[in-house]
Design a binder for this molecule. Structure first.
Ligand code: NI
Length: 182
């Protein structure tokens, strides 16, 4: 089932999400709905707070063609299909950082460059509660950081340059008004 999205201005996007402690069929059903919603919205990641669930869970899926180096080799060969990430921790963030344009399903029509570490280790639990760890590169690493930020009430627009933040101020204010009216 596709779930309705929560948009910029909703206070739920600014909350600290709570850890997941129960790994049951309800969590499995939620993760499936989140994947379906991510696909329907053509996103590469979706976090709990974006569908009004204040829990530490996100889903991500990087299309293979967006996960290649210059030679066409996969950057993250372990990533196949949608990944369900519960209670994530980001470790060993690389010193090497890169700036790249981001967007967010909860902040339509706004994009901007965010500087982030190029690789990270993502430690998390899968939907059955098993501990897992993955080293991620490039877009996958960026996506994992963007989604983990959502669980801490942080949005990519918070991380833009001062100049860019001033430039989108009006658009954000409009979006917030729309959200609060609906
Ligand atoms: Ni987002």
């Amino acid at each position: 089932m596709k779930l309705p999205l929560v948009f910029y201005g909703d206070p739920g996007l600014r909350q600290q999400a709570e850890p997941v402690t129960v790994f049951d069929d309800k969590l499995l059903a939620l993760s499936r709905d989140m994947v379906e919603t991510m696909h329907a919205e053509a996103g590469i990641g979706l976090a709990g707070p974006q569908i009004g669930v204040p829990r530490r869970i996100f889903v991500m899926e990087i299309p293979p063609e967006m996960d290649e180096d210059e030679t066409g080799a996969r950057l993250n060969p372990d990533l196949n299909g949608p990944l369900v990430v519960v209670n994530p921790e980001l470790l060993e963030l690389s010193k090497n950082k890169e700036e790249m344009e981001e967007g967010c399903l909860s902040i339509p029509d706004i994009r901007g460059k965010v500087r982030r570490p190029v690789s990270v280790t993502l430690r998390f639990q899968d939907v059955e509660g098993r501990q897992r760890e993955m080293r991620l590169q490039d877009l996958a690493a960026r996506c994992a950081q963007h989604e983990t930020d959502h669980l801490d009430g942080i949005l990519f627009v918070d991380l833009l340059s001062q100049v860019k933040r001033v430039a989108i101020k009006g658009k954000l204010r409009k979006l917030k008004e729309q959200t609060l009216q609906s």
